[in-house]
Design a protein around this ligand. Structure first.
Ligand SMILES: Cc1cc2nc3c(=O)[nH]c(=O)nc-3n(C[C@H](O)[C@H](O)[C@H](O)COP(=O)(O)O)c2cc1C
Length: 356
């Protein structure tokens, strides 16, 4: 037993987390063939579980073979070989006492046509991000506005990938609705200029997310978790507030919470920042709008920041700190002074050198 709230257990439905610290989803671009990550990338996840994390996310897995992929070397989870490879890792993560959660996404207008068989990108509207693709230094191509044919096809990709995750034994599945990728593009009026019933007012912009959630829930049994990740910022054009104000954010959270999701994961650049010109953080604003379990992420790097973050959330996720420090969970427990790593330092995620 512990008096430290960071190390108190927490339950989401039938799943018990041994503490409040999790490994955030991190793309590693390591799949050279067959859309299966390198073994050392799998081992990295298992090591984080062995070293005390309560839950471990996969990298963002792309949902189809058509136009979903945004970065080279991304993983998929729809073939038997892919499922078998992940199943072996999931078993090891769970044997170490952590939950394993698969995150999946479609990059939409942030896809990279060169690595997609379709050779095109798609999005809610024919509108590209303003900034250059940071990997290629070239402009993002103009996406095709998704047609009535594209929408069910893309939803099916989420469904097939969720089925793969269930077959591989994951404890849960997360729909990536954050960071300016496809679902987030539909949610935000910055990228969604549609004039049909998938665009316009928030309830319409939410329609695509709702269709994805409901279709995925059909194949994710009630004893597995369904999470939804959301943010007010995107990787491209990061300076843009994707939602207008706190009222719009909270209305969106209420729409989300009315769907069959079990947990909401809020991604921020820095968890402690005041949001939308209010004196409250993203976690506080989110908590006011829902009673669902909440995860929070963004520069949670030591005991003090984790404790502070958990005042308005149930689970604290770390990306860079747990990426670069295999002993992070134990170091937090001991209250060690820990560095705040930069994105530059996190680029080590994309090397072929195995990480500790
Ligand atoms: C190497 C790397 C890869 C990432 N890949 C993903 C991803 O696949 N999916 C996702 O939702 N977020 C991804 N992120 C964002 C993190 O999950 C997290 O939200 C962000 O880094 C802020 O947390 P931190 O301050 O603890 O690093 C990535 C971050 C890093 C550093």
């Amino acid at each position: 037993m512990t008096d430290d709230p960071i190390f108190s257990p927490f339950s989401i439905k039938n799943h018990r987390l041994r503490n409040r610290l999790g490994v955030a989803p991190m793309t590693r671009m390591s799949s050279v063939s067959d859309s299966i990550p390198r073994q050392d990338v799998f081992d990295f996840l298992v090591r984080r579980a062995a070293n005390g994390a309560a839950l471990v996310y996969t990298e963002a897995i792309v949902t189809d073979y058509e136009s979903s992929q945004g970065y080279p070397g991304q993983a998929r989870l729809t073939t038997q070989r892919q499922i078998d490879a992940w199943a072996a890792t999931v078993e090891k993560i769970r044997a170490q006492g952590a939950l394993a959660i698969m995150q999946m996404f479609h990059c939409g207008r942030m896809a990279w046509p060169e690595v997609n068989p379709a050779g095109r990108s798609i999005g809610p509207s024919a509108l590209a991000p303003k900034q250059l693709n940071p990997l290629t230094q070239a402009p993002y191509p103009l996406p095709d506005a998704m047609s009535r044919f594209d929408i069910p096809h893309v939803i099916q990709g989420f469904v097939e990938t969720a089925k793969g995750a269930v077959a591989a034994g994951f404890d849960g599945v997360e729909i990536h609705g954050a960071h300016g990728y496809l679902i987030n593009q539909f949610l935000s009026s910055y990228s969604n200029r549609r004039e049909d019933d998938y665009g316009g007012v928030l309830a319409n912009r939410f329609r695509f997310a709702r269709e994805v959630i409901r279709a995925v829930r059909q194949v994710v049994p009630s004893d597995r978790l369904l999470a939804f990740r959301i943010s007010n910022w995107g990787i491209a054009d990061p300076e843009v507030s994707l939602f207008q104000d706190a009222a719009e954010w909270q209305a969106l959270i209420r729409l989300l919470a009315a769907e069959p999701v079990d947990v909401i994961s809020v991604s921020t650049y820095r968890f402690s920042d005041a949001a939308f010109g209010t004196a409250k953080t993203m976690a506080q604003l989110t908590r006011e709008a829902t009673t669902l379990p909440l995860m929070i992420c963004g520069q949670i790097h030591d005991h003090k920041s984790a404790e502070q973050a958990l005042q308005h959330a149930d689970i604290a996720l770390s990306a860079k700190s747990v990426l670069l420090n295999p002993d992070w969970v134990e170091d937090v427990r001991r209250g060690k002074a820990l560095p705040l790593y930069s994105s530059q330092e996190a680029n080590v995620a994309y090397t072929t050198e195995p990480l500790l």
